[in-house]
Design a protein around this ligand. Structure first.
Ligand code: UDP
Ligand code: MG
Length: 246
């Protein structure tokens, strides 16, 4: 058991070289925790930042209750950061938001009402404030991924998600899996709900992804997903005597 177990909702915030966003994160996340409809905490995952992000995170966690962190020995990538967060989260629901605040924590309130009926509730970014190149590559990647996975998801990359923690812990993890979360959840015969959320410009810091890592690896991962779907193990237990009798 760790400290996240006393909350209903644990929000994972992956951080790699985001020092310029740290003070705004404290403000926006702190404001959200006060207003949230569920008892929530923040779990920063420092993905081996080389700037002063970690010092900033430690300071926030020292000053504020309900803020926790883990940090890696070195940079492992966004999928690994999310996996570590999910491995650690012991609240019934796990959230995900990016540190650049292109989506706002307040909008978790748009997703949370659906949490009991869907294993994954995710945003669809409306009025997307990204460059033409990014929106275009996203359009192609989404189209191809939908065609290959039939996940029916409009905006898989939206960095605002609520996942039932037990389903999250069963996701097959691999580098790049953060782009396939809905399809991977569907492997478990679980349902995904999509809800429109607001999108904002990245005001501070720089994007870590470029055309190459946005298109080529995800293209190959689509084939890996098809293979995995064929081989995925799903079973339903019809009876057992493992639990204590009432
Ligand atoms: N990130 C991370 N490890 C990495 C790269 C990125 O934890 O190796 C984090 C980053 O700090 C941010 C999120 O993942 O919180 C998404 O990254 P970014 O905003 O650069 O991606 P984009 O929105 O441009 O696709
Ligand atoms: Mg971003």
């Amino acid at each position: 058991m760790n400290k996240t177990s006393v909350y209903e909702f644990c929000i994972i915030v992956p951080i790699y070289n985001e020092e310029e966003n740290i003070s705004r994160l404290e403000e926006e996340l702190g404001r959200y925790l006060e207003a949230a409809s569920v008892k929530a905490c923040i779990l920063f995952v420092d993905d081996g930042s080389k700037d002063n992000s970690l010092q900033g995170i430690i300071e926030i966690c020292r000053k504020n209750p309900d803020f926790y962190y883990i940090t890696f020995t070195h940079n492992n990538g966004l999928s690994a950061a999310l996996k570590a967060g999910i491995d650690m989260a012991e609240s019934p629901y796990t959230g995900y938001i990016d540190a650049d605040l292109q989506t706002l924590p307040e909008d978790f309130e748009r997703l949370l009402p659906f949490r009991r009926d869907y294993a994954l509730v995710m945003g669809i970014r409306t009025g997307r404030k990204d460059s033409f190149g990014k929106r275009f590559s996203s359009l192609i990647a989404n189209y191809f991924r939908r065609m290959m996975t039939h996940d029916g998801v409009e905006d898989t990359g939206c960095p605002l998600k609520v996942i039932r923690t037990d389903a999250a812990k069963r996701i097959p993890f691999f580098t790049g899996m953060h782009r396939f979360l809905p399809a991977l959840i569907q492997l478990q015969n679980e349902k995904v709900k999509q809800v429109p959320v607001r999108h904002f410009e990245r005001l501070k810091g720089i994007s870590k992804f470029h055309l190459w890592n946005r298109l080529v690896s995800p293209f190959l991962d689509c084939f890996a997903y098809r293979w995995m779907r064929k081989r995925y193990i799903n079973y339903t237990i019809s009876a057992d005597n493992l639990k204590e009798q009432e």
